[in-house]
Design a protein around this ligand. Structure first.
Ligand code: RET
Length: 133
């Protein structure tokens, strides 16, 4: 489907460890996180998104409206408070996460029926691809 909505399962994950290092995540948590096959459930109602990232170890849910800044607490991840803002740029959904870490954010898009996600932090880029399930 040409829509972000739906259920997704990770099929590749490049540079996740360096992204987590940039976030300041501990070696013990990184070791666990690196082995996870992440799943995404994305629900969309017009401008509102609910993105659930789930795994056997820990889940992370974020809810936002496109174009409306919101307070994000990255609970269970790096536990920081951010000001986040999501916008569309063509078919890419782009989030800027403002806080202690510079150049932090992510980009979601669909390509070849797959969900692509780039996660950014302080010059590190993690690239994940998910298949529809
Ligand atoms: C987990 C497990 C514990 C350690 C880390 C995690 C990373 C979660 C990430 C979630 C990204 C969510 C996004 C949502 C967009 O709407 C899996 C919680 C580091 C990177 C981009």
């Amino acid at each position: 489907p040409a829509s972000l909505s739906g259920k997704w399962e990770m099929i590749s994950n490049v540079n996740f460890d360096n992204y987590m290092i940039a976030l300041g995540i501990s070696a013990s948590l990184r070791k666990i996180a690196a082995k996870l096959t992440l799943k995404k459930k994305i629900e969309r109602q017009e401008d509102q998104f609910i993105v659930k990232t789930t795994s056997t170890f820990r889940n992370y849910t974020v809810t936002f409206k496109v174009g409306q800044e919101f307070n994000e607490f990255t609970k269970g991840l790096d536990n920081r408070h951010l000001k986040s803002l999501v916008r569309w740029e063509g078919n890419k959904l782009i989030c800027e996460q403002t806080g202690e870490k510079k150049n932090r954010g992510w980009t979601h898009w669909i390509e070849d029926d797959k969900l692509h996600l780039e996660l950014f932090c302080e010059g590190q880029v993690c690239k994940q691809v998910y298949k529809n399930v």
